[in-house]
Design a protein around this ligand. Sequence first.
Ligand code: ATP
Ligand code: MG
Length: 444
Amino acid sequence: MLKLPAALQAFANALKDRGATLYAVGGCVRDALLGRPVHDVDLASRLRPDELLKEAADSGIEARIVQQTLGTVVLTVDGVEYEHTTFRTESYGAGGAHRPDAVRFSDTPQVDAFRRDFSVNALYESVSDGTLVDPTGGVKDLERRVLRTTTADPAQILRDDGLRILRLVRFAASLGFSVDPETRKAAEENAALLEDVAWERKRQELDRILLGPRVYDALSMLNGLGALPYVLPELCACDGLEQKKQYHRYDVLTHLFHTCENTPEDLALRLAGLLHDVGKPVALERDGNMYAHDLDGARIARTMLMRLKYPAALADRVAETIRLHMFDLTDEASEATLRKRFAGFGRERTRDLIAIREADVRGSGIKTGFVAERWRSVFDAMQREGAPFSESELKITGKDVMKELGLPPGERVGKIKRKLLERCAVHPEENEKKLLLKRMHDYA
Ligand code: ATP
Ligand code: MG
């Protein structure tokens, strides 16, 4: 049973006296039954928004309508917000864009359950006494650990909202459930409905998939269902693209999925891992080899991320990591070279590159000695020694350079600062004003 605050239970008891049962519904009931942590509680009852507002006012509970047509009201109890929706049915026109043409309020969970996607997401628990209502066989599916649509006709559910195909992938991965064969077949047959779904909504689900558990399985399922062309179309050309056997066990797409799973749990790194070789098919087509695929990949990834409406700063960070991901691939750069490059990259980019290199090597499926350990130890040493990671961390400014050398503002000043940064990356103890003022004469 869910643990809910006493004030919410008291409110539910008051509603019960007026003939309306208040239910917790959806993910919270599912997760509580599975013994998983519950992060937010959604509520439902037969009360229309204005009726609920009146009852809340009578019980001294703060409430406001957030969505009149869908009947959504937010209740605030002990500082926590609960979204309440009135039981309803929805009907949809053609296409998968999830714009109901008609919403009709209803009086029972038995009706409301069938507008929801999966049976395990359509469980209702009475807030006042914990009674469970299970109109679609969700409890049995929880026990079998299976995702199955709420209605006997899975195609209908998936057709009403194409995004449900991505939700299926997300829940399968996050819960570790299998997919009922009929539901799976309908998802395969209807994957093209994702074409109609707004990119923002697809991105939200993609984020949850990438930051959840079992990322490799989820991405493979996404591809297996035929959903990839509608989410990450440029990756399709990587499917089945073979690579040199001495470096790679997998084709490019499989390698990308493994690399993604091997990155730390950070959205930019997951995306960089997933897309870092997306330029390979284009490079191969153009030159017959994969040489400039880092540059192609950075450009293509940026296009993909902007299409998915990611913030520009995130797209930049991912694209830069991809552009640089081939740096020192053979692990032969000297320590001095590594220090100079890392100082030029800055801390965040260096950290990103190390993470991607580690994931890339692990994702190749080939055992090699090199997993960026030396990069990491050089980077750690630089940080321990207090090495500067940008020109602004030097103990002199551009003005100091101009004054000391009698130079006008311009490119030369920048070049000298760059040289000083590289010098201090290798010799962090030289980052002192007096020493730098002397040293800059060597570079003038
Ligand atoms: P999570 O633990 O990820 O929050 P959840 O089951 O609570 O999972 P939400 O996206 O928060 O998922 O939605 C709450 C409930 O609303 C779901 O359990 C489901 O019943 C219903 N729901 C949400 N989005 C959809 C949708 N696109 N189609 C059908 N039902 C949906
Ligand atoms: Mg939820």
